[in-house]
Ligand binder design. Sequence first.
Ligand SMILES: Cc1cc2nc3c(=O)[nH]c(=O)nc-3n(C[C@H](O)[C@H](O)[C@H](O)COP(=O)(O)OP(=O)(O)OC[C@H]3O[C@@H](n4cnc5c(N)ncnc54)[C@H](O)[C@@H]3O)c2cc1C
Length: 259
Amino acid sequence: MPNPQSEKYDSCEIVERRDFADDLWAIRLRPPAPFSFRPGQYATLGIELDGRVLERPYSIVSAPEEPLLEFFIERIPGGALTPHLFALGEGSPVLMRKRPKGLFMRHGLAPGRTHLFVATVTGVAPFASMLRHMQMAVEPAGPPPRVALLQGASLSREFGYADEMSILKSRCSWFEYVPTVSRPWADPGWEGETGRVEDILRKYSDRFEVAPGLGTVYLCGHPGMIATARAVMTRRGLQEAEVIEEQYWPEGKEPTGAV
Ligand SMILES: Cc1cc2nc3c(=O)[nH]c(=O)nc-3n(C[C@H](O)[C@H](O)[C@H](O)COP(=O)(O)OP(=O)(O)OC[C@H]3O[C@@H](n4cnc5c(N)ncnc54)[C@H](O)[C@@H]3O)c2cc1C
């Protein structure tokens, strides 16, 4: 009798774990078979608990060209799954649905436009995947389209991929990176931009010439940021199709509190 779980899921080993803050960490998984996906897609990760699989979607950080699958995860107090995932170290298995999902960046990045990526904390994941893919597969064939990434967090230690993005900015003329901290009074060493990412959006969309007909804005993460940022860009004159979003949870929904 086939095991229905092994038909749906692969068991993947955590081969690397990096912790950025008390509640933010990244893992790299080794899939047992090739797992093809497009930048911007997500995988469904889970664990078996009381005979059932508890699963959630997670955007893939790694590029399709990389052999390991990378994820950037926030532990949610009272969340059903993330406290269990957080307890897993290198060598532990995680279940992953065999197929990726998601349509977030399905059209790729059109040449001749400026693409403005806007993320709250772990919402940087699909953008990191796209940017790695652009370096590995797009840039060698010719100049990529212009991209700017605005990433918001309460404190600078929550950025996770800031070093990678800063290095990319220093070597690629087609890329701009602006991290912004919304609680600078609690982050005395921070010298960069301050305020919520949606509050600095208008300023940077002007600076990077993300204008109607010329730019596309991609919003990922917190539902409140997405609603405000969409309104800002609509007032700027962008059409609905020029603002694309991936919301990580529905506005107003609390953790399910199974732990
Ligand atoms: C397409 C997609 C991609 C996603 N990618 C990622 C990812 O790359 N990394 C990641 O950490 N999460 C990601 N998420 C969120 C993830 O699927 C879970 O919702 C999250 O990990 C919480 O799971 P949980 O079972 O612990 O909490 P649950 O018990 O399911 O509680 C969910 C509730 O927790 C709160 N919550 C969930 N996520 C956050 C958050 N990041 N910050 C603050 N509050 C939150 C909200 O109130 C939400 O309604 C993604 C969601 C979607 C829909």
